[in-house]
Design a protein around this ligand. Structure first.
Ligand SMILES: *Cc1c(COP(=O)(O)O)cnc(C)c1O
Length: 353
């Protein structure tokens, strides 16, 4: 007897994993350095006692979607929630992708867009960004007219490069796209402008958001999108029954009550990001401007991989992007607490001296 082989097309695809090395300063996965407010945890604890654990949760996540709709000034029927925004992206590929269909991505960008597309049997059409990592609208329109993708992914701010798109860029992509445009705003609150302002009935645009970054709730695994009702209805058809557990629904609904505290954390991170970028300016590195909670940089005198290891040796973990396509030699550092950032900057200065 032998175990059966999984799908052949999974063979070549490795998962997307950042090594979880045991270090004092973890700046590799773009989480928030600060936990959610204690009052949120108290409220969550109090409500967990009231859950009917022998019953399935609210399949429509009514209260959570009402809270998110209130936050964005839209109807609950325009909100789709899932287990992290990665599951939102997977639901989009299940509903709009699949065999015979394609998605478009513009590299270098978030690896999960093409990874999830492949897992759902969807072809991936790839365009490249300009050398400064901005979106080249001529390349966009060539890729879209050549591939006719069912989904066009725009990551803004773009992970791992940090740059955000503006209204005119997103409008141009919308005008050129034959299918759905997905703007992944996992870092949206750190940026100056959001594509949420372009979402509307009959507009083939959805904006995805997550609780993992700005809301300090990566452990909760909660994400959502805002888009037209018929898109939300299509996504509900591919979601598994009761896919959002009761605790998660409460956690997300209560988080929205603490939006002011979230904005304060975002303000702190944006100030720290400016401080990191200014400090990198006096080191032998190239650093790219960022509207997110991370900074991409390339050491100029030593190999990226060596610098990554030397930082780990000093108990500072950043993301090694040096072998990713188009990012030769680059590292990505998450903006952490002021103390984390000090530790990173002094370790880097020592490594590069
Ligand atoms: C972190 C991140 C996500 C979030 O994934 P979750 O599943 O919500 O944790 C989505 N998109 C991008 C670009 C990210 O960097």
């Amino acid at each position: 007897m032998a175990l059966p082989e999984p799908r052949e097309d999974l063979g070549l695809r490795e998962g997307y994993h950042s090594p979880q090395v045991d270090v004092a300063v973890r700046l590799n996965t773009n989480e928030s350095p600060l936990p959610p407010p204690p009052a949120w945890l108290d409220a969550l604890r109090a409500e967990i006692g009231g859950i009917a654990f022998h019953r399935y949760p609210d399949r429509h996540a009514t209260a959570l979607r009402e809270a998110l709709a209130g936050l964005h000034g839209v109807r609950p029927s325009q909100i789709f929630c899932a287990n992290g925004s990665n599951e939102v992206l997977q639901s989009l590929c299940l509903a709009y992708g699949g065999p015979g269909r394609s998605v478009a991505v513009f590299e270098p960008t978030y690896a999960l867009h093409s990874h999830i597309a492949h897992l759902t049997g969807t072809a991936v059409a790839e365009g490249r960004r300009r050398p400064d990592f901005s979106l080249d609208l001529d390349v966009v329109s060539d890729v879209l007219s050549g591939a006719h993708p069912a989904i066009t992914f725009v990551c803004s701010p773009n992970n791992p490069t940090g740059m955000a798109e503006d209204a005119s860029a997103v409008r141009s992509v919308l005008a050129a796209a034959p299918g759905l445009v997905v703007v992944d705003e996992a870092y949206g609150q750190f940026a100056d402008w959001s594509a949420l302002s372009l979402v509307g009935d009959g507009v083939p645009l959805v904006v995805t958001r997550t609780f993992s970054k700005t809301w300090s709730m990566a452990a909760a695994r909660l994400g959502y999108l805002v888009g037209p009702d018929p898109v939300v209805a299509a996504l509900e058809r591919v979601a598994l029954p009761y896919h959002l557990d009761a605790v998660k629904q409460i956690a997300g609904r209560l988080a929205v009550e603490f939006v002011g505290e979230m904005d304060e954390r975002v303000g702190l991170i944006v100030r720290e990001r400016r401080r990191i970028l200014a400090a990198l300016g006096s080191l032998p590195v190239t650093a790219w401007p960022s509207q997110a909670n991370f900074v991409l940089f390339r050491p100029e005198l030593r190999k990226g991989r060596e610098v990554w290891q030397a930082l780990v040796d000093r108990s500072v973990l950043v993301r090694d992007a040096s072998s990713w396509p188009g990012l030769s030699g680059c590292l990505r550092v998450t903006v952490g607490s002021p103390a984390d950032n000090d530790a990173f900057l002094s370790a880097l200065a020592e490594v590069l001296s």
